[in-house]
Design a protein around this ligand. Structure first.
Ligand code: NI
Length: 199
């Protein structure tokens, strides 16, 4: 009798332990799923900026196209021109019908120096269809927040400054929603892979 009841007690403890474990795993799963969805959902958002022709534009103007978005500044000595060259190579490797569905854009993190004219002179160095976007400091700060972009002024000894900034390529869907991130250091083929997966 005694051993029967202690076996029952052990079985019950095992059952309780097993259900607690399952419950804990489900909780962890739900939390991970929620964080993942929120992080994805929170990248990007509406913007109102000025293109390199001085024309006011919003994100809605690019609906129906994939937005390939990169943030940087025209005075950037190395990372921005390198990344924009990679983006240009990626665009050139697309078939014309594919490329027509992509709106590549370079958004400045340095609106103080990057006027529409400065952007116009700069973007043509890379791709004829590269859109250069600038805006007021408030407009730029808003779009930076939406894309979780880090950008900070670094004063130089000669009184000028450079911008320290995050370097990520964002792919937004034809509906304007976040699709993928490509590391700026990745080869052009990675960008095309992400584009083709979302056409
Ligand atoms: Ni840069």
């Amino acid at each position: 009798m005694e051993s029967e009841s202690s076996r029952r007690l052990i079985r019950r403890r095992i059952a309780i332990f097993a259900s607690l474990t399952v419950f804990a795993l489900v909780c962890v799963g739900v939390v991970l799923w929620m964080t993942g969805t929120q992080a994805r959902a929170s990248i990007g958002g509406p913007f109102a900026l000025t293109d390199q022709r001085g024309k006011p534009v919003t994100d809605a103007d690019y609906r129906g196209k994939l937005m390939l978005v990169y943030f940087g500044y025209t005075y950037c000595p190395d990372v921005c021109p390198t990344t924009l060259s990679t983006i240009a190579n990626a665009l050139n490797a697309l078939k014309p019908a594919e490329r027509a569905q992509v709106a590549p854009m370079f958004i400045t993190v340095d609106p103080e120096r990057d006027t529409a004219q400065t952007m116009a002179d700069y973007v043509t160095n890379f791709a004829p269809d590269l859109v250069g976007l600038t805006g007021t400091p408030d407009q730029i700060a808003k779009v930076e927040r939406e894309y979780h972009v880090y950008a900070a002024k670094v004063p130089a000894a000669d009184g000028s400054y450079s911008m320290d900034h995050s370097s990520i390529i964002y792919l937004m869907g034809k509906d304007g929603r976040f699709r993928a991130i490509v590391d700026a250091g990745a080869p052009a083929g990675k960008i095309d892979e992400a584009i083709r997966a979302n056409l």
